[in-house]
Design a protein around this ligand. Structure first.
Ligand code: NAD
Length: 489
């Protein structure tokens, strides 16, 4: 939500950075801005250039410094889709903006508009709140051996607290009754376990909102066959990326959904579809996705009543069968061009839908309350051992163990376990475990272990002719182990 100084008077005009984008972008943005103006939106559009032309000028992020400066001033961006040129070297503009400005929440309402947009789930009306900055999207990947690659999955307490609070604040502001959390904490007990644990903690702050947790696989299955049962779903980045597209497709209106990327300071609003180069310039694109994003933007900047006016007129247009070509069918009355569709919405401003329910727009979500929420005090952290990962051509595991035991004899650390792809292969092993050239060797101390002790151990392992790929410190936090056991340990 914007700062109070931008929202003081009802008549305050809010500057908004507007990116007209590529392909159908300029057509649908023109239509949307016309509707917003006719509806009385108190915004001042400040155009910025992003996308294909910027990429081709040699700026690999797709956004130049002037546009970033405008965005930093307005703190709100309404963005039409852009074309990412084919070929390597171009970075995702969305990922750049999300990371530079800390847009931690990706919010995507998925709502059926049956019978006007055919769907198997006419009652579906849910909102996906996806964590936007963490998980495997840090892009921290390595090839470590001839055979093995890895991607680091990072889940933080502070990041999870923010996204879960956002989900509950969103539910509260928009009259939603239940928040469901998806995680895979039966397998990833520490990372997804933290996401689930924090969800339970934060849920207790919102007793009026029902909470539930599902393992993501069964949750995804229920979402696919019975999306009507969900209200708000909060989930980590990767699951959210996949399931938000599934949900949008299920409600039959993937081309009509908008989304918001929300941060403490800055927010970006866009349609979920791309720049549709196949129909660019033909004047037939559906502006509904971007219009729905603009409705979310109006709510965000505190102009909820204008947001509702636009939404009502749009629903009225849809239910009168006035459709653009992409959704035109037996249920439609007339096939309209982009600008005729905008005219139809404008003509219905002030009217309410007769058949389609209009969801409450609600007040803006209090992101300041999320940003200023108290954080959990840091626990007491103590190193008690180290996992040393070595690159070793598969062979009898006891030979590797004997080399490591000899190398570590005077280190004060004891080899406790060796695993291969997470499965224990020493001291106990199954003959059927297939091993690769990537071995995790766990050394434990008696009580606290110093950094010097670990460095001495690594030196001894190197002198024994073994190649260390990486290490992971084994820590306790307030006495609780911060590391997982080996499978079979
Ligand atoms: P797309 O969403 O642009 O198009 C898929 C199909 O849907 C096409 O047939 C298109 O004509 C149709 N379509 C999409 N939006 C429509 C609308 N508003 N009205 C009517 N029909 C519509 O996906 P794509 O073809 O895979 O991608 C095209 C370009 O868009 C690529 O360069 C891609 O990188 C980019 N893209 C950008 C964004 C973004 O800016 N957020 C998102 C997705 C894709």
């Amino acid at each position: 939500m914007l700062a109070a100084d931008q929202l003081t008077a009802p008549s305050t005009t809010v500057p908004v950075a507007v990116a007209h984008g590529d392909g159908i972008g300029p057509e649908i943005m023109g239509a949307v801005l016309r509707i917003l103006e006719a509806a009385g939106a108190r915004i001042e559009a400040r155009p910025i250039e992003v996308g294909e032309r910027v990429y081709r000028s040699g700026i690999s992020s797709g956004i130049d410094d002037a546009a970033l400066e405008t965005l930093a001033q307005t703190r709100v961006l309404l963005k039409a889709p852009i074309t990412t040129p084919q070929g390597g070297g171009y970075k995702s503009l969305n990922v750049t903006i999300r990371k530079m400005f800390g847009l931690y929440a990706n919010v995507r309402p998925c709502r059926a508009l049956a019978p006007y947009v055919p769907t198997l789930h006419p009652e579906m009306n849910l909102v996906i709140v996806r964590e936007n900055e963490e998980d495997v999207y840090g892009g921290i990947e390595h090839r470590q051996t001839a055979d093995v690659t890895q991607c680091l999955k990072l889940i933080t307490r502070t990041g999870t607290e923010r996204i879960v609070r956002y989900a509950f604040e969103y539910a509260r502001a928009n009259g939603r009754k239940r928040v469901t959390c998806f995680s895979k904490d039966n397998i990833m007990k520490i990372t997804d376990g933290l996401f689930h644990k924090v969800f339970e903690e934060i849920a207790a702050e919102y007793p009026e909102i029902e909470k539930e947790h599902m393992i993501v696989d069964i949750g995804a299955a229920k979402l696919a066959v019975n999306p009507e049962r969900f209200d708000v779903i909060v989930l980590p980045n990767l699951y959210g990326d996949i399931l938000s597209d599934v949900a949008a497709e299920l409600c039959g209106s993937v081309g009509m959904a908008g989304s918001a990327n929300i941060g403490d300071e800055i927010a970006m609003f866009e349609a979920i579809h791309g720049s549709a180069p196949d129909i660019a310039g033909m004047g037939i694109a559906n502006p509904s996705g971007l219009l729905n994003a603009a409705v979310m933007m109006l709510a965000h900047i505190g102009q909820g009543e204008i947001a509702q006016r636009v939404q009502h007129a749009w629903l009225r247009t849809i239910e009168e069968g006035l459709h653009t070509r992409d959704i035109y069918g037996a249920q439609s009355a007339r096939c309209l061009s982009t600008s005729e569709f905008a005219d139809a919405v404008i003509a219905r401003l002030g009217q309410s839908p007769q058949r389609l329910a209009a969801p409450a727009i609600g007040n803006a979500v209090e992101t300041a309350r999320i940003a200023n929420a108290p954080t959990t005090p840091a626990p007491h952290k103590e190193r008690v051992g180290v996992d040393v990962f070595v690159d070793w051509t598969p062979g009898p595991t006891h030979e590797l163990a004997e080399q490591l035991i000899a190398a570590s004899a005077s280190s004060g650390l004891t080899l406790k376990m060796i695993t291969n792809r997470g499965t224990q292969v020493w001291p106990r092993a199954s003959e059927m475990t297939r091993c690769v050239d990537h071995w995790r060797c766990r050394f434990m101390g008696e009580g606290a272990v110093s950094g010097e002790t670990v460095a001495d151990l690594l030196g001894a392992i190197a002198r024994a002719g073994l190649e260390t790929i990486k290490t992971e410190g084994l820590y306790t936090f307030d006495g609780n182990a911060g590391y997982s056991l080996g499978q079979g340990q």
